[in-house]
Design a protein around this ligand. Structure first.
Ligand code: AHR
Length: 669
C-alpha cells in the first residue's frame, strides 16, 4: 500500500474515530485499527482507472511508410564541422571574408590566384621559405579543433606544385592543443604541375582539439590547394563520407524521409548566397565555397568562420538517404531570398526552375542524360529514385504562390509523378498561414510544409490540431517543429514529453499528416546558433536528446494503420492530462499504443481492445521518463533513455500504471 494512500486512510480513520466515544481501551484500539484498514482500502478502491477503448476507425487510416524522418540543415556546424567528416576548415582558402581564416600562418605566406587548379575556388596558398629561422608554414585549427583518436587512421590529401620546378620537402604534423606532435609524415612535392599528394597519419593519443601543421622544409616556394583530412572510418566506409557516430545516430532513428539541405540556407541572406544544388555536385575540389546563412544571423552567436564547402553536396545527400533507407526530399530556392533578411525576389524565374529540373535529372535521369551522366561519373549509374521536391522554405506573400505555380507546371510537365511540396510560411497560424493554405489548395499542391517552434503549452493544446483538418485538401508535411521550453530552450525532458503528447495527434491523423520531421537536427556544442536540437556533438562525441528518443519511438513503432482511441467516447487529446494514439502493424502483427501522461500524478489505465478482434498474448512497455528539467549531455548522455519491461495481457485488456509525467509505448504481439 502506497504512502499517500496510507496517509489519506489514516486521516479518514482518525476523523471517524474521533466521532465515537469508548470506555474500554482495548476495544478502542481494535476499532481504530479496523477503521484504518477499511478506510485505506476505500481510498485504494477509489483511485480512478481510465477505461480506454481501442478500435478500428470507420474509414481506414493508412500510415505512410516514410511518415517520420529527419530534417537536415547546415546550421550549428551541422554539415561542415559536423556530419560531413572533413576535419579541415577552409580547405581551399576561399572563405570570402578572409581567405586564410582557420589557418595560422608563419614565415612568408601569401594567397594567390594565378594558375589556380580549380576554377570555382580561385585562391590557393603560396609558402615561401627564404631561410628565416621562424620557418614557413600553416596550421589549421579545424572546426573548433580537430578531433582525432589514438591509433585510428586519418587520410591527408592536398594539391601542390613547386614554383621553381625543384623538389621541396614538407613536414606534416598532427599536433595536440599544446605543442606536442601526435603524428607526423615527411613528404616531397616533386612537380611543377598541380598534383594530388596523400599520406596517412595515425595519432599516438586522442585529442578533441588537435591541429594540422604543414611546414616547408626546403628553401623556395610551393603552392598548396584543397588540403583535406578525413578519418579512414566514415559511415559505411564512403569516400568523402559522413562522420560515423552522427550518421549512425541517424540510421538508428529509422528515418523514412530525409529533408535537406535547409531551411533558411536554401533561401540565403540574398539570392547570391542561396544554396545552389547543381553547384554542389561534380569533383569535390571544384565545388564553390558559399557563405552560410547562419554566419552572422545571430550576433550573440556570431560565427564568422561559418561557410559551406559543398563537400556534403547533393550527391552525398542522395547517397546518405540510400544508406539510411530514407526517401530523399530536397528543397530548392523558389526565386525568393530569406524574407526575414531582405525583400529580394528574382527578376527571372527561369534559371531557378531550370535548377530544379536539373536536380531531378541528376537524381533520376538516365546515365546518358546531361545530369544523369554526371551522377554516373560520380559513381552512381542507377537513378536515386527521388520522389518529391520542396519548393521554397518559409515564404510568405503573393510572390510565392505565383512562383510555385510556374515550378509546378514545369515539373509536372516533365515528371508527372513527382510530388511537389509547397509551404504555409514560418508560423503555425495567422494571416500569412491562412492565405498560403488557401493558395496551396487552389494550386492543388501535393503536400504543404508547416513549421512550428512553440512553447510547451502550445504543443499540449495542439494535440487535436489535425482532427478538424480538411480530409480532401493537400496533405500536411510537418516539416519543422520543436517544443521550445523557455527560457533556456533546453532539450529538456519536458519538451520531449510535450512533443510526444502532440505527436499522438499526428499519428491519429495520419490520413492528413503524411510526413513529419523534428528540427533542427544537429548542433556542435562549441558552435551552435539555434537550440533546441535533436543531436548534440563535440569533435569526438555525440549525445541523443530526450527529443531524439521520442522521434525514435514513433519511427520504430509507426505501424501501418491508425486506430481509434477513445476515453468517454472522445479522442484522448489532453483530458485529465492524457494523450493517446494507437496503430496496428499488419506486417509485424502488432498492436501498438502510445500514451503520454503529463500530469503530476500517476494514472491507472485499462486499454480495452476487444473490438479489434485480435489475439494478443505477450506485450512490452517502453517508457521514457525523467526529471522535467533534465537534458542529456555529452558527459551524462543517459539521463533520459527509454527503458523496457514486459506487461501482461488479460484477454483483450491491458491494465497499466503510468507514472507521473511519462511517455509510454506498449507493443502487443
Ligand atoms: O531550423 C532552423 C530554421 O528555422 C530553419 O532554417 C527555418 O526554416 C526555420 O526558421
Amino acid at each position: 500500500m502506497k504512502f499517500v494512500t496510507c496517509i489519506r486512510g489514516t486521516i479518514i480513520a482518525f476523523k471517524t474515530y474521533s466521532l465515537i466515544n469508548f470506555d474500554n481501551m482495548k476495544t478502542k484500539n481494535l476499532i481504530l485499527l479496523v477503521t484504518f484498514i477499511c478506510a485505506a482500502f476505500l481510498v485504494q478502491a477509489q483511485r480512478k482507472t481510465y477505461e480506454i477503448s481501442i478500435k478500428r476507425p470507420k474509414k481506414e487510416i493508412p500510415i505512410q511508410p516514410n511518415m517520420y524522418g529527419v530534417f537536415f540543415e547546415d546550421i550549428n556546424f551541422g554539415a561542415d564541422g559536423g556530419l560531413y567528416a572533413e576535419l579541415i576548415k577552409n580547405r581551399s582558402f576561399d572563405f570570402t571574408n578572409s581567405p586564410t581564416m582557420g589557418w595560422m600562418t608563419y614565415g612568408h605566406v601569401s594567397v594567390e590566384t594565378t594558375g589556380a587548379p580549380f576554377e570555382r575556388n580561385p585562391n590557393y596558398l603560396r609558402l615561401t621559405n627564404s631561410g628565416l629561422l621562424t620557418g614557413t608554414g600553416a596550421i589549421n585549427e579545424g572546426f573548433r579543433g580537430i578531433g582525432v583518436k589514438e591509433g585510428e587512421k586519418y587520410q591527408l590529401s592536398f594539391f601542390a606544385r613547386t614554383v621553381d620546378d625543384e623538389a621541396k620537402k614538407l613536414r606534416i604534423e598532427l599536433i595536440s592543443y599544446g605543442t606536442e606532435i601526435m603524428a607526423h609524415a615527411d613528404m616531397e612535392v616533386t612537380s611543377g604541375e598541380w598534383t594530388k599528394y596523400r599520406v596517412e597519419l595515425s595519432p599516438d593519443w586522442t585529442d578533441s582539439h588537435a591541429r594540422l601543421r604543414i611546414d616547408l622544409r626546403s628553401l623556395g616556394s610551393i603552392d598548396l590547394e584543397h588540403v583535406s583530412l578525413f578519418p579512414e572510418k566514415t559511415f559505411k566506409g564512403r569516400e568523402n563520407g559522413m562522420r560515423q557516430d552522427l550518421a549512425q545516430a541517424l540510421a538508428d532513428l529509422n528515418p523514412g524521409i530525409f529533408r535537406f539541405p535547409g531551411g533558411c540556407i536554401i533561401e540565403g541572406n540574398n539570392l547570391e548566397t542561396r544554396y545552389q544544388c547543381t553547384k554542389s555536385v561534380g569533383p569535390v575540389e571544384n565545388r564553390p565555397v558559399n557563405e552560410n546563412r547562419w554566419n552572422y544571423e545571430f550576433q550573440h552567436r556570431f560565427t564568422p568562420d561559418y561557410f559551406q564547402s559543398y563537400g556534403l553536396g547533393f550527391y552525398e545527400y542522395f547517397l546518405l538517404c540510400e544508406d539510411l533507407g530514407a526517401d530523399a526530399l530536397p528543397v530548392v530556392n523558389c526565386g525568393i531570398a530569406c524574407q526575414y533578411a531582405t525583400e529580394e525576389v528574382c527578376e527571372d524565374l527561369e534559371p531557378y526552375i531550370q535548377d530544379a529540373l536539373d536536380l531531378i535529372e541528376f537524381a533520376n535521369g538516365s546515365a546518358t542524360s546531361t545530369w544523369g551522366k554526371l551522377r554516373a561519373e560520380m559513381g552512381h549509374p542507377e537513378p536515386f529514385n527521388m520522389k518529391m521536391i520542396g519548393i521554397g522554405n518559409e515564404q510568405w506573400g503573393e510572390d510565392f504562390p505565383k512562383h510555385l505555380e510556374q515550378f509546378m507546371e514545369a515539373i509536372y510537365a516533365k515528371y508527372p509523378d513527382m510530388l511537389v511540396i509547397g509551404s504555409s510560411g514560418p508560423s503555425a497560424d495567422g494571416e500569412r498561414f491562412d492565405y498560403l493554405w488557401g493558395e496551396m489548395k487552389r494550386l492543388d499542391v501535393d503536400l504543404v510544409d508547416e513549421h512550428y517552434y512553440k512553447d510547451p503549452e502550445w504543443f499540449l493544446n495542439s494535440a487535436d490540431r489535425y482532427d478538424s483538418y480538411d480530409r480532401k485538401g493537400p496533405k500536411v508535411f510537418a516539416g519543422e517543429y520543436a517544443c521550445h521550453d523557455h527560457p533556456e530552450k533546453k532539450n529538456s525532458f519536458y519538451s520531449a514529453l510535450c512533443e510526444a503528447a502532440f505527436m499522438t495527434g499526428l499519428e491519429r491523423n495520419a490520413d492528413v499528416v503524411h510526413l513529419a520531421t523534428y528540427a533542427p537536427l544537429f548542433a556542435h556544442v562549441d558552435a551552435w546558433q539555434w537550440k533546441p536540437d535533436m543531436i548534440w556533438f563535440d569533435n569526438l562525441r555525440s549525445v541523443k536528446s530526450a527529443n531524439y528518443y521520442v522521434q525514435q519511438l514513433y519511427a520504430q513503432h509507426k505501424g501501418t494503420n491508425a486506430l481509434e482511441v477513445t476515453w468517454n467516447k472522445e479522442n484522448l487529446t489532453g483530458q485529465e492530462a492524457l494523450y493517446a494514439s494507437s496503430v496496428i502493424d499488419e506486417g509485424k502483427n502488432q498492436l501498438i499504443i502510445k500514451i503520454a501522461n503529463t500530469s503530476k500524478e500517476k494514472r491507472a489505465v485499462n486499454f480495452d481492445f476487444g473490438k479489434l478482434k485480435v489475439d494478443k498474448k505477450i506485450g512490452r512497455q517502453i517508457t521514457l521518463k525523467g526529471d522535467l528539467k533534465v537534458e542529456n549531455t555529452l558527459d551524462n548522455p543517459d539521463l533520459i533513455v527509454p527503458t523496457e519491461k514486459p506487461v501482461s495481457i488479460s484477454g483483450t485488456n491491458l491494465k497499466a500504471e503510468l507514472e507521473a509525467e511519462s511517455f509510454h509505448v506498449f507493443i502487443l504481439e
